[in-house]
Ligand binder design. Structure first.
Ligand code: TRP
Length: 329
């Protein structure tokens, strides 16, 4: 029998259609990890409840995100893709873990402080416990590796501490300390060229956009702010369009732009048109796979249900061990 592969777990809140920032920051990496690991990717709808006050779009957001993941190359035959709330054991584990968690540590986390600052009118109990639920996600599936962006580092460190206190308190080895698998990706800025690309800031470029919509979005991108006139030389080093060319365009094109921009040989409009053309070409196979998948809405939900079934098998095994370790009758 082949040696079993290490397990990877990652979760993402259901934010609907994914954008270039999600793609470069997470999805691409999720896809690549499948070659080496047994991967479990979870759409964390319960976590979403900590920040949304209405769930009207939740179902659509889950579906759109799942479509993007699948079209991008997540392979549900080998990888488990599922919706968090479909495996309710996570909430039981969350409760049990909360008893070995220090409240002070939770309220000291920079991620909690930031969220509390953003929604002072809705500092709910779940928001404080967000990292405990995230810990439950990871340890329920005994994942060794957790691929996340650097902003999640405090949560992984926190998860490791919770695991240590659980194992210590109940004198057991049941839970596994996860490790962060940091993704080395450049910060993807939005069309404003200043802030991180994000749907809520409306500075994003959707993967599933049509080629025409993509061109429109790209044309609004802010370039080198010092370059006012077409005849002014530009500085690619401070231009967000140029950083995107470095990701999506050929090395020849990148060197051409680097040279021509600095001597006003190419203007920002042409530079953006070229970027839009390249990104549309790059996303063409993704978009056609997505269109295919979209024709059969049931298929995505079938895949998610099947993922939940497979995830449940692991979850119920872990919970048996946890209950026994804790001594619950
Ligand atoms: N907290 C993560 C985020 O905001 C999402 C998440 C929830 C997660 N559970 C997880 C990530 C488990 C990795 C593992 O991006």
């Amino acid at each position: 029998m082949a040696a079993s592969k290490d397990r990877v777990f990652s979760g993402a809140r259901p934010t609907g259609r994914q954008h270039l920032g999600n793609y470069l920051g997470a999805i691409q990496n999720y896809v690549a990890l499948q070659d080496q690991f047994q991967c479990i990717y979870c759409i964390v709808d319960l976590h979403a409840l900590t920040t949304v006050e209405t769930t009207v779009d939740l179902r659509t957001n889950v579906q759109e995100m799942a479509l993007d993941w699948l079209a991008a190359g997540i392979r549900p035959e080998e990888t488990i893709v599922f919706v968090q709330s479909n495996v309710p054991e996570v909430t039981e584990l969350h409760t049990i873990l909360s008893m070995v968690t220090s409240l002070g540590k939770l309220t000291d986390l920079p991620t909690f402080k930031e969220k509390a600052r953003l929604q002072p009118h809705n500092i709910n109990y779940g928001l404080v416990g967000y990292p405990v639920l995230m810990t439950a996600d990871i340890v329920l599936y005994k994942a060794k590796w957790v691929p996340v962006g650097i902003d999640q580092a405090p949560h992984i460190e926190f998860a490791r501490e919770v695991v240590r206190s659980f194992n210590h308190r109940y004198d057991t080895q049941t839970l596994l300390e996860p490790q962060m698998k940091s993704t080395e990706v450049p910060k993807v800025l939005g069309t404003d060229g200043v802030q991180k690309m994000s749907k809520s800031l409306d500075n994003h470029i959707e993967l599933a956009a049509t080629p025409g919509e993509t061109v429109k979005r790209v044309m609004t991108m802010v370039t080198d702010p010092q370059r006012k006139l077409r005849s002014d030389p530009g500085n690619p080093d401070v231009c967000n369009v140029f950083s995107m060319h470095m990701v999506f365009s050929s090395t020849d094109e990148v060197s051409m732009i680097d040279l021509e921009c600095r001597r006003a040989g190419i203007g920002c409009v042409d530079c953006k048109k070229l970027f839009a053309k390249n990104i549309n070409a790059h996303l063409k196979p993704f978009r056609s796979r997505r269109n295919e998948l979209q024709k059969d809405q049931d298929r995505v939900w079938d895949i998610l249900r099947d993922g939940a079934k497979r995830a449940s098998q692991i979850a119920s095994q872990t919970m048996q061990e946890v209950r026994a370790a804790v001594g619950l009758p």
